[in-house]
Design a protein around this ligand. Structure first.
Ligand code: HEM
Length: 456
């Protein structure tokens, strides 16, 4: 009887303690520290809290879901919440942004430049290179490395699949548990990726040494080449020179190369794939692009330069609208390092995640009329004037924006110009059949195919 009473008191005390603690922490979401407000109002006044699928907050919302379901679950949640919202999962509070005001505040906050959990999962692949393309950046022809290049792409795609598995199962959010139970397959794919970049660096070192030797008669020393700003060098050369000056080591160069390969090839090719798909689906708009290209670019491409490309205003709008509906990077994330007050009055605890749903901001009816419709004309100056600047951020903004955006736009436009000059692009897919997958970049289950018919 005495023992029973003691146990009852202990249990009562524990429940009371947990009840009190629950004000500070979402206890059932594994002690996720709660988001507060500056003026003490309930957070729901500023951002609604998403209901979880289990009593453990949102901890197990994505468990067992495949890549397509993870993607559609996120979109459905956005539609249901209508405003930027809060989740609590596995000891972490998460602020999910779907509006331009919050996006602007976060991307311009000097204290919010640390990338979020998503990138931590990529750390083994990219380490801490920028982010956490290409032949031009590396100064190496990749043609003779085609087979290895294919393996590199396949390995990166496997790393992405593994990343989704980790992302959707909160047990694997802990590095230790992941190392113990989840990371068995990673090693092989990581090795392939790192070997490929090491080989590129080794090849470029040899080529660069040769180039420097050949230029030797007109240049006095390596250092002069480095300083001579008129001389154009691939980005990789700059890193190799920096290594000579002790500013970076070999591992550092590998990280940067991995990052640029990853950032550059996938994002741009996704933009191009959807660009071609849209050309095929909207024949009238393809014709407008073609007319413009015919007017400004010679048939033998002899005048295809930056100046001429910049005259193709409709093509520019076409590419922009493609990246609105199909942003290559559909989600970005940041992490708070300390308690952080946001412009909207929310106070995020240290270690909170901020997930920016670019895909949803780009389709938010608050900023876009008929958001699902493809209308390049939205980007005409007269139609863009009154739009929130942060309603459209395919390359991010603020301190950690994309360093390759000008290059990427030029690359996509140049390829579209060359294709449209020679071919009519016809449709082979119905956009209604597209099933998106969650990935680090925008993925879909289907192959996006178009038919090219040579222009007579
Ligand atoms: C259509 C093509 C591209 C798109 C849509 C794109 C988009 C983005 C976005 C959204 C970010 C920010 C990610 C974040 O903050 O979480 C980013 C960062 C970055 N991008 Fe791009 N990108 C493209 C092409 C490229 C190319 C071609 C390169 C390199 C040549 C490149 C290099 C980088 C790097 C290094 C970062 C990291 C910057 C940092 O962390 O401070 N990107 N890109």
């Amino acid at each position: 009887m005495g023992l029973g009473l003691l146990l009852l008191i202990a249990l009562g005390t524990l429940i009371f303690w947990l009840y009190r603690l629950n004000k500070e922490y979402y206890v059932l979401a594994f002690f996720a520290k709660r988001v507060k407000t500056k003026d003490g109002r309930p957070v729901e006044y500023i951002a609604p809290i998403a209901d979880g699928r289990t009593i453990f907050g949102n901890s197990f919302d994505l468990i067992g879901r495949n890549e397509a379901e993870v993607f559609s679950d996120m979109r459905n949640r956005t539609k249901k919440m209508c405003r930027s919202y809060i989740e609590y999962a596995m000891g972490t509070s998460i602020f999910c942004i779907i509006d331009a005001d919050n996006l602007e505040a976060v991307l311009n906050d000097q204290n919010l430049i640390t990338k979020g959990m998503v990138y931590e999962f990529l750390q083994p692949a990219l380490h801490t290179g920028l982010l956490t393309s290409t032949e031009t950046a590396m100064g190496i022809k990749l043609d003779d490395m085609a087979a290895k290049g294919d393996r590199y792409r396949q390995s990166f795609s496997m790393i992405e699949k593994i990343f989704i598995r980790r992302f959707s199962n909160p047990i694997y959010w802990s590095d230790t548990l992941y190392e113990l139970f989840g990371s068995m397959e990673d090693k092989r794919f990581l090795r392939d990726v790192h070997e490929f970049s090491s080989e590129i660096i080794a090849k470029r070192r040899i080529l660069l040494a040769q180039e420097i030797k050949e230029r030797g008669s007109s240049q006095e020393a390596d250092d002069d080449i480095y300083i001579n700003k008129k001389q154009r060098f691939a980005m990789l050369d700059t890193l190799i020179f920096a290594e000579k000056d002790g500013l970076i080591d070999h591992a550092g160069i590998c990280e940067e190369v991995d990052t640029l390969m990853f950032e550059g090839f996938d994002t741009t090719s996704i933009g191009l794939i959807f660009g071609l798909m849209n050309m095929s689906l909207y024949q009238d708009k393809q014709e407008l692009c073609y007319q413009e290209i015919s007017e400004h670019i010679a048939d033998d491409f002899s005048n295809l330069d930056l100046n001429q490309v910049s005259k193709l205003k409709y093509l520019e709008c076409f590419v922009k609208e493609t990246m609105r509906l199909f942003p290559s990077v559909p989600i970005m994330s940041r992490k708070t390092l300390k308690e952080t007050e946001l412009a909207n009055g929310l106070i995020l605890p240290p270690g909170a995640q901020i997930v920016m749903h670019i895909f949803d901001v780009h389709r938010n009816p608050k900023y876009w009329s008929s958001p699902e419709e493809f209308q390049p004309e939205r980007f005409f100056p007269e139609n863009s004037r009154d739009r929130h600047t942060y309603a459209y951020v395919p390359f991010s903004a603020g301190q950690r924006n994309c360093i390759g955006q000008k290059f990427a736009l030029l690359e996509m436009k140049t390829l579209l110009i060359v294709i449209l000059k020679k071919f009519i692009v016809l449709p082979l897919v119905d956009p209604k059949d597209i099933v998106f997958h969650t990935g680090i970049t925008l993925r879909c289950k289907n192959d996006i195919r178009v038919k090219l018919v040579r222009r007579s």
